[in-house]
Design a protein around this ligand. Structure first.
Ligand code: FES
Ligand SMILES: [Fe+2]
Length: 358
């Protein structure tokens, strides 16, 4: 950790002007977690997502290719799709005058446009954004600095033992937290608070058992050890589910921040992913998904409530304390405070954040 490292100044958590600059410098230039591949399994299945104030439609075309389109009609600009997810029946149709686009974005039908001089439907496809997959996670981007493969090269191969593309979602919970999105990342990046805020977690995994292995840049994290009495993080600390990722990971839980939209937590027997989306400077939407081996999910006694209950409680404890921090940093009494020895990743996060904001 840099000597004298301190928390960010209040304005970084409060200012609408800085929030707008984040959209410009960070969110419009980064790959943003949008969906799991399983959400886009069929031609026409879609999700919509919001990136830097832009609404995008992410779908799969008839050839099986993932596509991302701006959610904007080429006639008079109307938003095409207002659902969060669903399946297009072969085409995307504007709700206003019914211009109709193929799943490849091409304009297929435009009523009463035949006699319009110079009008060529080929010149009015949906405008495309970028989309790519990493380990079964679909990321979209408006104007990324690098290809997804280049951007994610520090993570290449790191998670292969978990066979992430094969895993399936068994549960999902969405939360709204009254705090800045960076507080969610910072809170996730330290377990200094765990004995105080999460007694149920501290019982299963000691807060000073952390070993970080990504210490700089857009991806940060490492693993913590389970205590001898625990086999996973769950309501009772035990699991009957088979190991996902082999002996060497039997007693470890890995935690990584994927800047600026994802938190990835890999347990011996399941994977949890948080999608983090800023709503405004003081509000963040967080969606938490729990992923399991589909073979395990098919077993008649499959039950993931132990993992979901454990982390739902832990999540709510985190959002509650992040909301207290948001309220405190808004005070005239707040001034940046010194980071502890267990908060090195927060200093690394802050430095990366400030670098990309410049
Ligand atoms: S605005 Fe879309 S068809 Fe008119
Ligand atoms: Fe926490």
């Amino acid at each position: 950790m840099a000597p004298g490292a301190r928390t960010l100044a209040a304005e970084w958590y409060l200012s609408a002007e800085i929030r707008a600059r984040e959209d410009d410098r960070i969110f419009s230039r980064s790959w943003i977690y949008a969906a799991r591949e399983e959400d886009l399994a069929q031609a026409g299945s879609f999700v919509t997502c919001e990136i830097a104030g832009e609404s995008l439609i992410v779908t799969r075309d008839r050839a099986g290719t993932l596509r991302a389109f701006y959610n904007v009609c080429r006639h008079r600009g109307t938003r095409l799709c207002t659902k969060e997810r669903g399946t297009f029946k072969g085409t995307i149709q504007c709700p206003y005058h019914a211009w109709t686009y193929g799943l490849d974005g091409k304009l297929r039908a435009a009523r009463n446009m035949d006699g319009i001089e110079g009008f060529d439907p080929a010149e009015y496809p949906l405008r495309e954004a970028r989309v790519a997959s990493f380990e079964g996670f679909v990321f979209a981007a408006v104007d990324p600095r690098k290809s997804l493969d280049d951007a994610f090269s520090p993570l290449a191969g790191r998670f292969s033992a978990w066979r992430l593309p094969e895993l399936r979602r068994a549960a999902s919970i969405a939360y709204d937290a009254a705090c800045n999105w960076k507080l969610v990342f910072q809170n996730y990046s330290e377990c200094y608070h765990c004995p105080v805020i999460h007694p149920q977690l501290e019982r299963l995994s000691s807060s000073d058992s952390g070993h970080n292995d990504l210490l700089e840049g857009p991806f940060l994290g490492g693993y913590s050890e389970l205590r001898d009495s625990a086999t996973t993080l769950s309501a009772n600390g035990k699991t009957r589910r088979p190991l996902l990722a082999g002996e060497e990971n039997r007693s470890r839980v890995y935690y990584y921040t994927i800047f600026p939209s994802m938190l990835l937590s890999l347990h011996p027997d399941y994977v949890m992913v948080h999608s983090v989306q800023p709503l405004d400077a003081g509000h963040t939407r967080i969606t938490c998904d729990w992923l399991f081996d589909p073979q395990t999910m098919r077993m008649p006694d499959f039950d993931c409530s132990d993992a979901v209950e454990f982390w739902d409680l832990t999540n709510r404890q985190d959002w509650a304390v992040n909301e207290l921090t948001q309220r405190g940093v808004a005070s005239r009494a707040y001034a940046p405070g010194p980071y502890s020895q267990q908060e090195g990743l927060l200093d690394a996060f802050d430095r990366h954040y400030k670098q990309v904001m410049q």
